[in-house]
Design a protein around this ligand. Sequence first.
Ligand code: PEP
Ligand code: MN
Length: 349
Amino acid sequence: MIVILSSKTAEERVQEIVRIIEKHEVKAHISKGEDKIVIGIIGKADPMLAEHLRQLSGVEQVVKISKSYKLASRDFHPSNTVIRVKGVEIGGDELTVMGGPCAVESPEQIDEIARLVKTAGGQVLRGGAFKPRTGPYSFQGVGVEGLKMMKEAGEKHGLLTITEVMTPEYVDVCAEYADILQVGTRNMQNFDLLRKLGTIQTPVLLKRGFSATYDEFLNAAEYILAGGNPNVMLCERGIRTFEPYTRNTLDLAAIPVLQNLSHLPVISDPSHGTGRRELVEPMAKASVAAGANGLIIEMHTDPDNSMTGDGVQSLFPDQFARLLQDFEKLAPLFGKRFDTKKQAQAVLA
Ligand code: PEP
Ligand code: MN
């Protein structure tokens, strides 16, 4: 249930209404928008409560929400969530570009790729230190050493960093070294991991499970939000369909659907979404046109020798740089800004 108040309601009155709500053994979450204040009620509310609230002065409307996820829904939070990390805003007017290798391989590799991401105009360096591999004998990532290498490269070149965390036990160490934590497609419903991520404030990029519905995806985000971490972004990375030509089918419609249903930023991953280098550029541009708040793109200086199989979907550095130049022209057509020169010179706050 949500309670809608005018944005002009005095803070004291808002707090009085919250106190009335919380007497009913439910939790109240306040979200302030431009023209309304929304109080979301979480928990099983007494049926009489809605009637009581409707009669209070200051209350414009009381609406029941039938969706199973609440905090992730746009009903609860009408304005877009903007996540701010060291001066970078994700979910606002600016397009966010995250680029880098599938896996961190060595200090030299990640340093050189960080330099290339920065000079091309990206804001975030991606790289996995812990890799979720389909087979147990495949390269599993360089672990904590990789986190250190990434942090150093990110700081040296003025980029935020994002890395995947696979288990609750590793959340704290990953959060110590990286600015954003990624939950991979295979872990979208690892509820212990989601709960643990709810206990910290580090931003989380939650990837859609490759067979998850929008409802399941938003409920997974709800676990993190309900735990107390509001900094969640959603990532469409392709779903499994009957088509074997592409590794996955990038669900472009997911971008506007998720933005209609939710206020959380939506990031597109055309690399895993297609699994083919030649498709990354057109699908990245299509994602911008569909309204994505950002992109996460694999790029490698030597993709043929990448330590995971993802070299086939990794852009070469010059392709990555050209793509970002094109974003600069494309973004304004779809209500976003992207300035490669400004980003290349930006210093993290
Ligand atoms: C990755 O980003 O390298 C990755 C493993 O992604 P996903 O979980 O989408 O497969
Ligand atoms: Mn990968």
